[in-house]
Design a protein around this ligand. Structure first.
Ligand code: GAL
Length: 662
């Protein structure tokens, strides 16, 4: 089927950035709907997502259908020029389903049932759940497929359930048979010779349920792969139904940011548009950096423009302390997402709920109503997006650097029984330290899978690919052979695809590549402990390495047990870091290596706290600081946001932004 890759692009062709949010009108009387559309228009809202949690309303009894209210809303939206992202409601089955079919409810590793009364209480492996989900999806697609308001399908919501129950166990066994063919192969891959775990029949193989002591790590790894695949089956089943009815309407499902439960590379391939929910913490000084990571990752998954499907206009209700966003921050962070490739800025949710678990979660239209600050700032943003849409929507971003990320490496690495459980040594923390160092230097980067074609990048950074397939190792070697610069962090290349430690503790070809003769021991460091190195301080990790004679450069450990051994070593264009330099040092070292590889930051000499990104022909300048700042910028430019010309310098307010055409 010839399906569009990106609906946002379809809108982009009309010069629009999608702007709106989840709309849950079933929580409100009909007269409120009319006030809603009036205010939507006032705020420049051009899209809403309907139906995300509407299953009980649409199917109040098994097989019943109540579409009348949704008919009215679809028409109302269309009549008012608001497009509809229509969701399948399958993330929250109605209570009758769990009551009549308890096998549709998932179980955790202890065997406890996850009951109805919240949401996402469905077993991905339940045939009954899948049958009901397919039926409601079919009927929604048949009823609204030709409705003129429909612009995009939104399948389910933040797929994230794990299930250790019996039906999932049977599905797990089927999945494992497909993967391994024979029990012998499974026993070998899982290393079941250890602790007397050898399986004599398939029926004995289970999800990693609560055990007395550490679960088998390869079993845990496969269970994560299986879970991702089962949820993906749920997604593609619904996607195929809607695509049959509406081949011209693209399909997405919203990811959680850097979420562990799905192999995001694989999933993105199955979507027409990639979308993500983004909730940085306004109280976290590193929030813009963390957001940039998710934005770069999502853009890379999408291979182009993508959508912020959800963000908060103010505070959320699920942190320890939930403060609103200070004045201006909602706008700044929305523009940051656009700068990094988003063609849609949407929220959870349009109107703040008065009841239910999220009544204290902010919305575009908060409890304070249209006079509230949240709505006033949303209105301003709507006008800004309308101003820049024509020149921004659909355009791309060029990056010379790729950061490698693989969910399988994460799943294998972050398990019990590892060498350090310090939070900073967790996979996402290490990934973020490396990406953050590039972000601080103003270097734009993509993310890539270790088996992707990397030849277009001048520099590739592998923060912690603990698990690497043989194909990935081949790919990295070919990349360096082809002239690329590779920088790898500690624990890269430790294990194979089954989580079996490679002989020598690191893939032999990588040892050869980096100039590691022997990796004697890993020496993780407790939080707060540092290790002196030539020219910098290392944290979190160190390694007792003997360098090969042929290395080209070594920065050695100074003092302590590893005195004189290489903390960083380079052979030709391949670098290996056996410790994590503290943030400023990592930034400086990476900046030096990047410069050597011909990589330039977007702008030189940016004041601290100012982010610069080029998208299409435009330069976005974003001031993450709480004080105004002036950015020197030789020449004459036009600021699309301010509508005025600027010459030789741009002054940005606190949390201010400029979008410049030169
Ligand atoms: C998302 C979810 C929304 C809402 C939001 C609150 O994870 O998709 O439905 O719950 O969080 O932050």
């Amino acid at each position: 089927m010839d399906r569009p890759r990106d609906p946002v692009l379809a809108d982009a062709a009309r010069g629009r950035i999608l702007f709106g949010g989840d709309y849950n009108p079933e929580q409100w009387p009909e007269e409120t709907w009319h006030e809603d559309v009036r205010l939507m228009k006032e705020a420049g809202v051009n899209t809403v997502t309907l139906g995300v949690f509407s299953w009980a309303r649409l199917e109040p009894r098994p097989g019943a259908r109540e579409f009348g209210w949704l008919d009215t809303l679809m028409d109302l939206m269309h009549d008012n020029g608001v497009g509809v992202v229509l969701a399948t409601p399958t993330a929250s089955p109605p209570p009758w389903m769990g009551r009549l079919h308890p096998e549709t409810l998932p179980r955790d590793a202890d065997g406890h049932v996850e009951w109805w009364g919240g949401r996402q209480h469905f077993s991905h492996s339940s045939a009954v759940y899948r049958r009901y989900a397919a039926a409601i999806t079919e009927d929604l697609a048949a009823r609204y497929g030709s409705h003129p308001a429909l612009t995009l399908w939104h399948i389910n919501n933040e797929y994230c359930t794990f299930d250790h129950g019996d039906e999932a166990a049977a599905a797990f066994r089927r999945w494992l048979r497909d993967r391994y063919g024979t029990l012998d192969a499974l026993n070998d891959a899982w290393g079941t010779a250890f602790w007397s775990q050898g399986y004599d029949c398939w029926d004995g193989v289970l999800p990693p349920r609560r055990a007395h002591y550490l679960n088998n790590p390869s079993q845990v790894l496969d269970f994560r792969r299986f879970t991702s695949d089962m949820l993906l089956e749920c997604f593609t089943a619904e996607r195929d139904i809607v695509a049959r009815h509406t081949p011209h309407i693209p399909v997405t499902t919203n990811f959680m940011p850097l979420w562990t439960g799905q192999d995001g590379w694989r999933w993105a391939e199955e979507e027409d548009v990639v979308s993500v929910d983004l909730y940085p913490d306004a109280r976290d000084p590193l929030a813009p950096r963390s957001a940039a990571l998710v934005q770069d990752l999502t853009r890379s998954q999408a291979r182009g423009p993508w959508m912020v499907m959800e963000q908060a206009a103010g505070g959320v209700n699920w942190r320890a302390v939930n403060q609103p966003k200070p004045r201006g921050l909602n706008r700044l962070w929305s523009l940051q997402a656009v700068a990094r490739g988003a063609d849609a800025v949407c929220y959870f949710q349009w109107r703040q709920s008065r009841q239910g678990a999220e009544k204290f979660h902010s919305a575009m239209l908060g409890h304070a109503g249209p006079r509230g600050r949240a709505f006033q700032e949303v209105k301003r943003l709507g006008a800004d997006l309308a101003r820049i849409g024509a020149e921004v929507a659909g355009t791309g971003i060029r990056a010379d650097v790729a950061v490698l990320h693989d969910w399988h490496a994460w799943w294998a690495g972050d398990q019990d029984g590892r060498l350090s459980t310090e939070a900073g040594a967790d996979y996402p923390a290490v990934l973020s330290a490396w990406h953050g160092a590039l972000w601080e230097s103003g270097v734009t980067c993509d993310f890539a899978h270790p088996e992707h074609d990397l030849s277009g990048y001048r520099m590739v950074v592998a923060p912690q690919l603990y698990l690497l397939t043989d194909a990935a190792v081949d790919n990295l070697l070919a990349y360096v052979r082809g002239g690329g610069t590779l920088v790898a962090g500690f624990l890269t290349g430790t294990a194979d695809q089954d989580d079996r430690v490679r002989p020598g503790g690191m893939d032999v070809r990588l040892r050869e590549l980096f100039g590691v003769r022997v990796l004697h021991e890993w020496w993780p460091l407790p939080a707060g402990e540092q290790v002196d190195c030539e020219g910098f301080t290392g944290i979190l990790w160190s390694e007792e390495i003997e360098a090969a004679d042929t290395v080209d450069e070594v920065l050695a450990y100074r003092g302590g047990e590893l005195d004189g051994m290489p903390a960083v070593l380079r052979r030709d264009r391949a670098w290996y870091f056996s410790t994590l330099p503290e943030p400023e040092a990592l930034r400086a070292l990476l900046a030096r290596i990047a410069a050597g590889a011909g990589v330039r930051p977007v702008l030189d000499g940016l004041p601290p706290g100012v982010e610069a990104v080029r998208r299409g022909g435009l330069l976005f300048l974003l001031n993450h600081g709480r004080a105004p700042v002036t950015v020197p910028l030789p020449g004459r430019h036009h600021d699309l946001l301010g509508g005025a010309a600027v010459t030789d310098a741009v002054t940005l307010d606190r949390y201010g932004a400029a979008v410049l055409r030169s």
